[in-house]
Design a protein around this ligand. Structure first.
Ligand code: NAD
Length: 292
């Protein structure tokens, strides 16, 4: 059995998987592979699947399955798994990092110091304490973020049509109820037909003036040009972003927009998370081998 590691995983993964078959990172060997491991970079499209006649199992290290043609995989009898539970701590810590970095002007302060400037008077910080965080999509990652916000004395509200009640957030019946009331809005949505472009000009009008937006979910859940307009008009005080229309983004309009912190899709990329993902992948392959 050939296991193809197509994207970046923990360095010890090939050794961990070696008892179950031959392990390669040579993408040219796709036609021989029985198992393929991907993160978000490899797109498992219809064409990709058609060029892998021996493929039986695709494992997505991470959460979102939007880079995999699930219907076609099912049609071809290919099992698809993800490692959904592994990344919640890593991503929620990164969303929280952005929520601290924006109102404390961490990147601006650092840039001015590196440029030999002393911007003490210009840079006015605000506190998270007693502010309201609105979480859109209260799943695993949103829930971990809510716990961290509570520890900072924040009030947490959330919108998620599939969650009736929560111990960590006050649920609101409509998205706009969250946007109207939040000083910070953090997106933790899967990408699908309902969520694509959900944060658009109309919804941005519902935000409190001077709110902050954070997206560590999926890039296409926002309309980038509309967010840029909201930043330019001051409707949004800042935007922290980890996720893009493509990795890396092409001609992102955020390059010239004010008060933006941009990250290169780092949400899942902690050392600890990659080890957790590796452990879950091993257990999926162990089960696959034992039932095959
Ligand atoms: P999850 O499935 O546990 O949570 C997603 C939540 O969104 C669910 O509770 C669901 O009910 C809710 N939801 C679905 N449609 C909605 C809608 N229209 N409006 C409001 N809520 C809706 O997933 P998770 O583990 O919390 O991950 C959330 C997202 O984070 C993933 O889908 C993935 O796209 C993204 N992610 C990003 C990174 C990164 O590197 N930045 C890493 C992992 C995951």
């Amino acid at each position: 059995m050939l296991i193809l590691i197509s994207d970046a995983f923990a360095p010890d993964l090939p050794e961990k998987l070696s008892p179950y078959g031959d392990v390669t990172d040579d993408k040219g060997k796709l036609p021989e592979a029985t198992v393929v491991l991907v993160r978000s970079k490899t797109k498992v499209t219809r064409e990709y699947i058609d060029s892998a006649p021996n493929l039986k199992l695709v494992i997505r290290g991470g959460v979102g399955l939007d880079n995999i043609d699930l219907n076609y995989a099912a049609e071809k009898g290919i099992a698809v798994h993800n490692t959904a539970a592994a990344s919640s701590i890593a991503v929620s810590e990164l969303a929280f990092t952005l929520m601290i970095a924006l109102p404390n002007h961490v990147t601006k302060a650092d840039n001015t110091m590196h440029a030999g400037q002393w911007a003490k008077k210009e840079l006015r910080r605000t506190e998270l304490y007693k502010k309201t965080l609105g979480i859109v999509g209260l799943g695993r990652i949103g829930t971990e973020l809510a716990k961290r916000a509570a520890a900072f004395g924040m009030n947490v509200v959330a919108y998620d049509p599939f969650v009736e009640s929560s111990e960590v957030a006050t649920m609101k019946p409509e998205l706009k109820d969250v946007l109207n009331n939040s000083d910070y809005v953090s997106l933790h949505l899967p990408l699908n037909e309902e969520t694509k472009g959900i944060i658009n000009a109309e919804m941005l009008n519902e935000f409190k003036d001077g709110a902050y937006l954070i997206n560590t979910g999926r890039g296409k859940t926002i309309v980038e040009e509309d967010v840029v307009e909201a930043l330019k008009s001051g409707k949004l005080a800042g935007f922290g972003n980890d996720v893009w229309y493509s990795d890396p983004p092409e001609n992102t309009p955020f390059i010239d927009a004010p008060n933006v912190i941009m990250l290169p899709h780092l949400g899942a990329s902690t050392k600890e998370n990659l080890l957790r993902i590796g452990d879950i992948i091993e257990s999926i392959i162990r089960d696959f081998v034992s039932t095959d």
